[in-house]
Ligand binder design. Structure first.
Ligand code: SF4
Ligand code: SF4
Length: 381
């Protein structure tokens, strides 16, 4: 149960909510949602089917308000709680999901993050594999050659947490990550990781999310608790928020310390740009990049002055299940994001949801990709 009663109405969350910024509608603010949740917590039946459907349009799940709140109010968790408790919402989600499959499934390219209860990635894997054929991004031409990579991790064992998008939709990210780990001299331990569970949790499918968490922790234990390398900021955040799946506080700490973004491993390498490098490259910092941003540190070191630094950090507007309920609000948020990236001819990021959203909405002639795509692994300098 998420605590709803701590809000002191300080308004700090209002400064950072991308939904409020884009829409100007105070009823969509985190503070309003915290208050609504407090009201409904006492009487969940008061949440009528219509409210339940509208609830899907209330939150991008970016987590910015939670980071800012001095009282520890977790608005996205409150919204997820309500979604999970209310059968009207689940029914509505199913209805939208199935009736609008033709438009929604391909356009998200991230089905695994939104899959309703009982439709686990294993069961959907033929569909998800077929999505590999769909254009979910432009696919960048590599323009960074690797001269040297650090050797300090050589001989260590690690697991790769690829995430659903890299596994099912963009397998080249997974191949690049595995190639990098091999070049770093890391012994990659195989293990049966599933989805991180964050998308399911946000959509209110908490039982399914808990099963995913159990699967992942078990796989890590079986592998001897090595480091877990991530390549998506959202997956990393999802994994970092596991709290109830451990034997004790020591194991919980080991899990957190095991999580390692791949950019951290390659940060100390030496790289050279090829003549094909774009002129101006924008970096989109994902909202879910709530750990130290080593993706940005890596790109800053490699790209130098080519890297544009947006003045303002904007949300891409992906929004998970909010895409089903309020696509127009997602678009408003997304437009502000593109304004902040003005001048870039290529945009890089390190989150699968952000890649999908930005690639789908990019102005003409602007390329979008995961930063892993810029590494030329065919031709070492
Ligand atoms: S920051 Fe926290 S305490 Fe302040 S208004 Fe927002 S939810 Fe309430
Ligand atoms: S999670 Fe993001 S979109 Fe949702 S209320 Fe908080 S800041 Fe706003």
């Amino acid at each position: 149960m998420t605590d709803t009663g701590n809000c002191i109405l300080c308004g700090k969350c209002m400064e950072v909510c991308p939904l409020l910024r884009a829409s100007g509608q105070e009823e969509l603010s985190p503070r309003a949602k915290a208050n609504l949740s407090a009201l409904l917590a006492s009487d969940i039946e008061a949440l009528q089917e219509k409210d339940a459907a509208e609830l899907a349009g209330l939150c991008l799940g970016c987590g910015r308000c939670k980071q800012k709140c001095p009282q520890g109010v977790d608005v996205p968790a409150l919204v997820a709680d309500l979604r999970g408790k209310h059968p009207g919402f689940r029914g509505w989600l199913w209805n939208k999901w199935l009736k609008h499959a033709r438009e929604l499934w391909p356009s998200t390219s991230l089905a695994a993050r939104l899959i309703p209860s009982g439709m686990q990635p294993e069961r959907l894997s033929p569909f998800l594999k077929a999505m590999q054929l769909l254009k979910s991004g432009n696919g960048l031409k590599p323009f960074v050659r690797i001269k040297t990579l650090p050797k300090n991790h050589a001989g260590t064992s690690m697991m790769l947490f690829s995430g659903c998008t890299a596994r099912y939709v963009r397998p080249e990210w997974q191949h690049t990550a595995l190639d990098l780990l091999s070049r770093l001299g890391i012994d990659v331990v195989k293990g049966k990781f599933g989805c991180c569970g964050m998308g399911l949790e946000c959509a209110g499918f908490q039982t399914d999310a808990a099963q995913m968490r159990d699967t992942n922790v078990l796989a890590w234990r079986k592998a001897g608790k090595p480091k877990i390398v991530t390549l998506c900021a959202s997956c990393h955040k999802g994994l970092a928020e596991y709290s109830k799946n451990f034997e004790d506080a020591v194991e919980a700490r080991q899990w957190i310390e095991a999580l390692t973004p791949i950019s951290r491993l390659v940060l100390q390498g030496c790289y050279v740009l090829t003549p094909q490098a774009p002129e101006w490259i924008g970096y989109h910092r994902p909202c879910h990049m709530q750990h130290q941003d080593t993706d940005h540190a890596f790109l800053s070191a490699v790209l130098g002055e080519k890297l544009l630094e947006p003045d303002d950090r904007q949300c891409c507007g992906f929004g998970g299940v909010m895409q089903l309920g309020s696509p127009e609000l997602c678009t408003q948020v997304n437009e502000r994001c593109w304004q902040s990236l003005d001048g870039a001819d290529t945009v890089l990021t390190g989150c699968s949801a952000c890649v999908a959203q930005l690639a789908a909405s990019a102005p003409e002639n602007i390329q979008v990709g995961h930063w892993l795509e810029i590494l030329d692994l065919e031709d070492d300098a």
